[in-house]
Design a protein around this ligand. Structure first.
Ligand SMILES: Cc1cc2nc3c(=O)[nH]c(=O)nc-3n(C[C@H](O)[C@H](O)[C@H](O)COP(=O)(O)OP(=O)(O)OC[C@H]3O[C@@H](n4cnc5c(N)ncnc54)[C@H](O)[C@@H]3O)c2cc1C
Length: 388
């Protein structure tokens, strides 16, 4: 597989690096973590640079570029912080891709254009208090009513909750059981009956808006239907692209931690020598870099295979699985290079350890990814429900 970057992709990386230096993203990342304030001020600049909606349809204002280009941009920005990469993640691999692929022309005109301009954002709303990994047990319902629908239920851990302009809500049509009853509708913020819970307090990703969503008799016009009952498979297909984006966040956080550790090892002295002269430190940094490069190959393979479409479920799941575990190991190892400072908020690596832990749960746990990969390796589906 050819991983040579195009001239355009190399230029994009250079431009992002220059922006990171100029705008002092290293400092901004520390600030966002300390204040818990998401850097919304970046949106107009990202939009102007074409970073929002790189992969979305050109017909509606998107960049029409490949999944790999988006992965490269997310990785580069996540070296500073996942918060700084957040808008590029959401606008390229998030639920807007579902709208771009399966939405009506009217939905695309409003949302794809709005997302590229930085005016709109879309959150994906799947998880419920009693349905996370077991998504097909979800109980949020859409009841037909006079040609429209009425939505009732509760969602939890929704990234962008309270801030996004639109919410792609996975819900069950009527009383159709199992995955066959699940589809998705768009709900606008400020729709009567739609309210938000308290901001979630996570271990890391400080600044990321996240909260519960509560739907009480929310009227959803039929024009807001994105996927009807029975189209759950399409939702899951588009989820593979989000897995690549999630894995790209891991590459970025791990690369940031590797660089912090390598630099510190050349500056810090012990026993009268820079600590990089101790073999344990060298080998630690070598192992970190090796695991990062291995993850990169898996993620780039999945993204390259996707082209301008969707990646294979097998490649995307394996890439996310490996990258999710890699970033935890690499950030932990980087913190050890810093000694006591690795446990102090004075150094970015402490934040990287916390931020690195989110990805093995967000977008599906590593255990569930193993279940998915097992189904491909064994050529059969393993029903996770208690024996019938
Ligand atoms: C930072 C972050 C951001 C998130 N953003 C969103 C978002 O924007 N939208 C959204 O809808 N959700 C979001 N989530 C929720 C996330 O998708 C769920 O937390 C995740 O899918 C796991 O569901 P759960 O928490 O209910 O865990 P559970 O499903 O209760 O799982 C608990 C444990 O049991 C394991 N387990 C369950 N079933 C099996 C099995 N069959 N085999 C082996 N192990 C199993 C799980 O792997 C896990 O370790 C986010 C979560 C986090 C942490």
């Amino acid at each position: 597989m050819d991983f040579n970057l195009t001239e355009e992709q190399s230029m994009l990386i250079t431009t992002i690096r220059e922006m990171g230096e100029k705008e002092n993203f290293r400092e901004l990342a520390m600030e966002v973590d300390a204040t818990g304030e998401f850097p919304f001020q970046l949106l107009p600049m990202y939009s102007e640079m074409g970073l929002l909606g790189l992969t979305l349809s050109e017909e509606y204002g998107g960049g029409g570029q490949s999944a790999l280009t988006a992965v490269l941009a997310i990785e580069e920005l996540a070296k500073y912080s996942p918060m700084i990469a957040g808008p590029v993640f959401e606008s390229n691999v998030g639920p807007i891709r579902v709208v771009d692929m399966f939405g009506t022309p009217e939905q695309k005109e409003l949302l794809v254009r709005g997302v590229c301009a930085g005016d709109n954002s879309v959150s994906v709303c799947m998880t419920e208090p009693e349905a996370g990994s077991d998504l097909t047990s979800l109980s949020t319902t859409l009841t037909a009513d006079g040609g429209d629908y009425v939505l009732n239920g509760r969602k939890i851990f929704i990234t962008g909750g309270g801030h996004a302009s639109h919410y792609l809500v996975y819900a069950r049509y009527g009383d159709i059981m199992g995955y066959k009853g699940i589809g998705a509708v768009l709900v606008e913020k400020d729709t009567p009956g739609f309210t938000f819970g308290e901001q979630e307090q996570f271990m890391g990703l400080r600044g990321m808006p996240s909260c519960d969503l509560i739907f009480e008799d929310v009227r959803v016009p039929k024009e807001n239907v994105v996927l009807k009952a029975g189209e759950f498979k399409n939702l899951m297909l588009t989820f593979d692209i989000e897995r690549c984006g999630n894995a790209a966040m891991c590459l970025g956080v791990a690369a940031g931690a590797c660089e912090e550790a390598r630099t510190y090892a050349t500056q810090r002295e012990a026993f009268g020598r820079p600590i990089c002269e101790f073999q344990d430190i060298q080998f630690r940094v070598v192992d970190m870099a090796t695991r990062l490069e291995a993850a990169r190959l898996l993620v780039y393979r999945a993204a390259t295979g996707a082209g301008r479409g969707l990646p294979s479920m097998y490649e995307a799941s394996m890439a996310k699985l490996f990258a999710n575990e890699m970033v935890i190991d690499v950030t932990n190892s980087a913190a050890l290079v810093f000694g006591g400072y690795g446990y102090s908020k004075q150094m970015p690596v402490e934040r990287m350890v916390r931020d690195g832990r989110a990805w093995c749960v967000a977008g599906g746990t590593v255990q569930m990814l193993r279940v998915t990969v097992a189904s491909v390796l064994f050529g059969r589906r393993f029903d996770q429900r208690k024996g019938k």
